[in-house]
Unconditional design. Structure first.
Length: 491
């Protein structure tokens, strides 16, 4: 079993989900105990895993031990173990197998309004999908042929079919539809453009810039192309950008540049270790400066991006005019579980166990996905701050009814996970060594950070200048962001 303390902390984190089903919690804990890999997707709460067959998998990683997966080049080749069903395929040039428990079969039938099969009928359905005849299915499990025949008749009646080939065809079709989110190749750049088309004003530019090494740099920017550049490093929750923000940038001749960290607004981003993520995030900021600045630029580091801003300034003091750390997170060693917010528990897991942290983040994402859970949960987190409550009310009263902030959170799991690592593993004493002028800014109504934690952070950073802004909470968004940018450029 995993470290008991980490397991307990993970349980406390997921219990912040309103009305969490006890069976889901027990299944989550069981997956930790069995060190089960993190699912790539879910269908009706049934987990789905995806494995690259041309990658080096750790021993025992596949839930299909002892099953021959060599025919993976055959599209839709189905493999079955006692409890799991897998579909081998090729996608984006890679051989892979997508695996789910055989529970996926009754789940697909329920979703079509049909009576779900019994466990014995589910087992038979899986064997039929694997290409076995009724007699072979009977022999496999040591049953009489007549038993399998009666089970098939019952299964076919529930599916409102009669012929075996039709039953197999519909079962395969339903299984593929259920597994499709995990089968589909990642189209992250298309998703970013879709997000921009739906939620960002026309004046926001989306750039996908190639780099010599690593993935392309994804950058948003707005304001005059020749305006004074300011680099804004985004928080965990990517902020809204409005026509008012664009008008402010245009009126003040400012070009606002937002390099996106890996995993932000990426539905199927690969999970990276912390060192790789930090390297790619830094490269993206360097590309943004080279392509869009060219002169020393002020950096505005929002919430969880302080470590990245410090790293960039230490490496490129000639490119950094100043750093403003706004609403900076500092969580290391301050484990205070809360029934309203999972953040402290997740930060503690970042110190203790990366595998359990990854699994916990995936569980939280799955459970907060429905709007009826997401909206009250995020409003509850910020309920102690009137300015933050007003910002969230604006998000959920917009024409998209909160869809923007939901996508910004639920499709940034891998970026958010790394942001927690930045909170707890970064040495804030390194700020003392910077040649760049720095300032800390916090909202006077910030209910997320205690004044005691902030005092300790300032002390570690060498007690640089700091400002408390009245009428602002934890979320620097809308006119709060404009005022922050203006204040830094005027200095």
């Amino acid at each position: 079993m995993q470290d008991f303390t980490s397991r307990t902390i993970a349980m406390e984190a997921v219990r912040t989900v309103p009305d969490l089903d006890s069976d889901l919690l027990l299944g989550f804990l069981d997956s930790i105990d069995r060190q089960e890999p993190v699912p790539a997707a879910y269908h009706d709460n049934v987990p789905i895993w995806r494995y690259r067959l041309d990658a080096n998998l750790p021993p025992g990683a596949s839930p299909l031990p002892g099953v021959d997966l060599s025919p993976a080049s055959e599209v839709n080749h189905v493999v079955v173990s006692d409890d799991h069903i897998g579909v081998c395929c090729r996608n984006a040039g890679h051989s892979m197998v997508v695996v789910a428990p055989t529970d996926i079969i009754p789940a697909t039938m329920r979703s079509r309004g049909l009576e779900p099969p019994s466990p014995a009928e589910t087992r038979l359905a899986a064997l039929l999908l694997a290409g076995k005849s009724l007699s072979e299915a009977a022999e496999t499990d040591g049953l009489a042929y007549e038993t399998r025949r009666n089970q098939f008749k019952s299964l076919a009646n529930k599916m409102r079919l009669s012929r075996q080939q039709d039953v197999v065809r519909v079962l395969l079709q339903d299984a593929l539809l259920a597994l499709m989110p995990a089968i589909a190749a990642s189209q992250e750049h298309e998703y970013l453009h879709d997000y921009a088309d739906r939620f960002l004003p026309d004046g926001v530019r989306v750039s996908i810039l190639s780099q010599r090494t690593g993935p392309p740099a994804r950058i948003l920017d707005y304001g005059p192309l020749t305006g004074r550049p300011v680099i804004v490093l985004h928080p965990m929750i990517f902020p809204d950008i409005t026509h008012d923000n664009l008008a402010f940038a245009t009126a003040n001749d400012i070009r606002v540049i937002l390099p996106l960290r890996p995993g932000l607004l990426e539905r199927d981003a690969p999970r990276k270790d912390h060192a790789s993520h930090r390297k790619e995030a830094l490269a993206c900021v360097e590309t943004a400066w080279k392509q869009m600045c060219g002169v020393p630029a002020p950096i505005l580091a929002l919430v969880s991006s302080g470590a990245l801003a410090t790293t960039f300034a230490a490496k490129h003091p000639d490119k950094t005019a100043s750093i403003t750390y706004a609403a900076t997170c500092y969580s290391a060693g301050h484990y205070k579980p809360s029934t309203a917010y999972f953040g402290a528990s997740v930060a503690e897991l970042a110190l203790r166990s990366e595998p359990i942290l990854t699994k916990t983040m995936a569980m939280l994402k799955q459970q907060f996905a429905p709007r009826e859970r997401f909206e009250p949960a995020i409003k509850r987190i910020f309920s102690g701050s009137a300015p933050d409550t007003d910002i969230l009310a604006r998000e959920f009263s917009a024409p998209h009814h909160g869809a923007r902030i939901m996508q910004a959170v639920l499709n940034s799991e891998n970026s958010i996970r790394q942001d927690y690592f930045n909170q707890v593993h970064f040495d804030w004493a390194s700020v003392r060594k910077l040649q760049t002028p720095v300032r800390f800014v916090h909202g006077e109504a910030d209910s997320i950070h205690s004044s005691k934690d902030m005092e300790r952070l300032y002390e570690m950073a060498g007690e640089p200048p700091r400002t408390k802004v009245s009428g602002v909470g934890h979320l620097f968004q809308y006119d709060h962001l404009d005022a922050l940018i203006a204040g830094r450029l005027d200095q």
